[in-house]
Design a protein around this ligand. Structure first.
Ligand SMILES: [Zn+2]
Length: 189
């Protein structure tokens, strides 16, 4: 499907890093050519990474990594909060689709984190803030709050026995990064 086979953790990480470099340089984007649709439908998907990121419209995961059809298994919620459905999706991407990397991608100017810092939210939005507020309580620096929220998503993922086993077996890397919505740059932690 894609031109270069990605079979290892290091190759998957390199594809993400190089993809973002390409995005920042506006040099290249992933292949969404029409020919890929029938091929990917016939061969199935083998995404090299699971990306867990914010629903923020300024954080388009595939663009950010210059990825195309079949490359990334993407889970997005406001503030990249993770509940049981999200965890199940991450496990699926790893166990059944063979993703080598799970990347939590936070970002600056995150409205979910800012809302949690202000403790305001109604309806089901409150459910999202209830997940973020406990991990940022007592902190008033927005950058630190964004980082704490990223770390919390990593903790949620590492609560999965399946994910823990895959990491321990050396089949998977779970890591995090932050996207700058101004520069387009991803900084890997
Ligand atoms: Zn956000």
């Amino acid at each position: 499907m894609r031109k270069i086979a990605i079979n290892t953790i290091e190759e998957a990480l390199q594809a993400l890093i190089q993809g973002n470099n390409n995005f920042v340089a506006a040099q290249k984007s992933g292949s969404v050519l029409k020919e890929i649709n029938p091929i990917s439908a016939a061969d199935g998907q083998q995404p090299y990474a699971v990306i867990v990121t914010c629903s923020d419209s300024r954080v388009p995961a595939e663009y950010v990594f210059s990825a195309g059809i079949g490359d990334l298994f993407v889970i997005r919620t406001a503030g990249h909060v993770i509940g049981e459905f999200e965890l199940g999706s991450i496990e699926y991407g790893v166990k059944y689709l063979g993703a080598k990397v799970v990347l939590v991608l936070g970002h600056n100017h995150c409205g979910a984190v800012q809302a949690a810092m202000g403790s305001h939210g109604h309806g089901y939005v409150k459910k999202i803030l209830d997940e973020i507020i406990p991990v940022i309580t007592g902190e008033d620096d927005v950058e630190i709050c964004e980082r704490l929220n990223i770390d919390n998503s990593i903790r949620r993922i590492m609560a999965s026995e399946l994910i823990k086993d895959e990491v321990a077996a050396g089949h998977l890397r779970v890591t995090s990064a932050k996207y700058d919505i101004e520069s387009g740059r991803v900084d890997f932690f």
